[in-house]
Design a protein around this ligand. Sequence first.
Ligand code: TXA
Ligand code: MG
Length: 343
Amino acid sequence: MKTVVKPVDAQAIAEAAQIIRAGGLVGMPTETVYGLGADALNPQAVRSIFAAKDRPADNPLIVHVSSLEEIAPLVREIPEAATLLMEAFWPGPMTLILPKADCVSDAVSAGLDTVGIRMPASDAARALIRAAGTPIAAPSANRSGKPSPTTAQHVFEDMDGRIPMILDDGECEVGVESSVIDATGETPIILRPGGITPEMVKAVLGSCEVDEHVMSPLKEGELVRSPGMKHKHYSPEAKTVIYEGGAQQVIEAIAAHYDEAERMGEKPCILGFDEHDFGTRNKLSLGSEKEPREAAKRLFAALRELDERGETLALCEAVEPTGIGLAVMNRMGRAAGFDLRRV
Ligand code: TXA
Ligand code: MG
């Protein structure tokens, strides 16, 4: 199959919508990361998403809508707290887990009794959903185990020959996937942090719970609230280590680790902030330390770059785990197998 990449315009959206209606797959932009979209109400189309990504069959998909009216048929009920979150943060980088209605197939929910729903802020994404006339199921458009794609080029690298079309809307604004919030109970729980932060949820609901696995590895046999937590994610080929602490201590510890590794024949690379000087050592920028949103936007591209360059060791500067920083530390932590060293 030939994969074409088309810049977003009315014609390209119409073509992509036609592919979705016919049961095909489209690489689609959203404000978080690129998705791999299919008609959420067509189980066969949904199953082909799993094949294209090599995704484990027990990991459910998020259903994307373009308006609030599209939600009612997909769910059995919308708890009060969920309504408040929708009003506050949709369209936007937030997925709500709700009790699913029968029209949502097991192919989407992976056999769970719930479904993740999201109304993306990206105009192109909502235009595509509207034009297709059906909700769109879409995971991130990476091959399973690779970092999520934040450009159409990333999608092409992973999906060339596997899907007919990728809509190109430039670099994703947020850069990490949506916040996944379990809204089935009275108190919503953040299962995956993202652009809608615990602080933002707290401002709306008065409190906010964050699942313990957001910043800790899963132990053998432990039960999880979200299947995504148990799958290996975002792991670059390079062994990845995170350093946290005072800026000067972190810079010195990273520089020392780097030099020692280089002597041992490793190919080290630093993921660090612009303000921090690592001399002539190999470095990929996470932007300014004052702008954690920039680190969120750049992290996945940096992880891909490590692999492309054949680096064998990645030494990362930690971000403060508040606001969007929690999402950065969750993704970085998973890439590093939570090898977090305090100095
Ligand atoms: O920003 C995003 O959310 C992107 C864009 C394309 O919208 N999508 C995305 O999808 O990241 P995916 O499939 O890569 O990640 C969805 C996560 C997985 O960890 C999955 O386990 C979890 O959400 N999830 C989906 N449905 C769920 C459910 N019913 N209960 C618990 N977790 C669920
Ligand atoms: Mg994903």
